[in-house]
Design a protein around this ligand. Structure first.
Ligand code: TYD
Length: 202
């Protein structure tokens, strides 16, 4: 870690509860730490473009264009918001980050190395969490209009890639198939266990 704060990212399939869990985690951790809770796609101009004009179109963009848009949004978000918050010593909790690009854009056949390459200027997270839930369960939960990403086939492939990052140690798996409060308790204890050695090393 080369800054004063700690950078925590929460990943998961659409409908896995990761946004709720990121909020609950922020609330619990705010008793001990200064928190900056944020999200990707970001609330900046590129992130807003992705959310408002792209995700609910009928067709996906070419996957490499999609990956470049997410990478551009990420770099702007890191420079404008994440790094300044870390420099103030905050714990930054980000709802989706680099592994969303690796898993989602990777699921369409794009090379993981190429995606890593276009994201190489974006900071590596200190702690990466994957809230795991079966694709069949998450798609049933989403009773709103589904985005271009939310087909069973895409979600299955996305989960497989996420699980590879659990295997290689880049992400830590939390079982999302439990009552919300239990997931939150497990997430909080895992993250606090991982934060302490990082804070000690500052
Ligand atoms: P999501 O967190 O579901 O946004 P919201 O809270 O608005 O529902 O993210 C939107 C979608 O964008 C989701 O399907 C995953 C996708 N996505 C990528 O494909 N690549 C990325 O790098 C990121 C950050 C998101």
């Amino acid at each position: 870690m080369n800054n004063k704060g700690v950078f925590i990212v929460i990943e998961g399939l659409d409908g896995s509860g990761k946004t709720t869990q990121a909020r609950l985690l922020a609330k619990k951790l705010s008793k001990k730490y200064n928190i900056f809770l944020t999200t990707e796609p970001s609330r900046g101009k590129i992130g807003s473009y992705i959310r408002e004009y792209y995700l609910y179109e009928k067709q996906r963009l070419p996957t490499d264009v999609e990956a470049l848009l997410f990478a551009a949004d990420r770099l702007e978000h890191v420079k404008k918001e994440v790094v300044p918050a870390l420099d103030e010593g905050k714990l930054v909790i980000c709802d989706r980050y680099l592994h969303s690009s690796l898993a989602y854009q990777g699921s369409s056949g794009l090379s993981i190395d190429w995606i890593r390459g276009i994201n190489s200027k974006a900071l590596q997270p200190d702690i990466g969490i994957f809230i795991d839930l079966a694709p069949e369960v998450v798609l049933k939960r989403l009773n709103r209009k589904k985005s271009v990403m939310e087909t069973l086939e895409t979600q299955q492939k996305v989960r497989e890639i996420y699980l590879k990052f659990v295997e290689n140690g880049e992400l830590v798996r939390i079982d999302g198939d439990k009552p919300k409060e239990d997931v939150a308790t497990n997430l909080y204890s895992k993250v606090t266990e991982m934060i302490e050695p990082l804070r000690d090393s500052i």
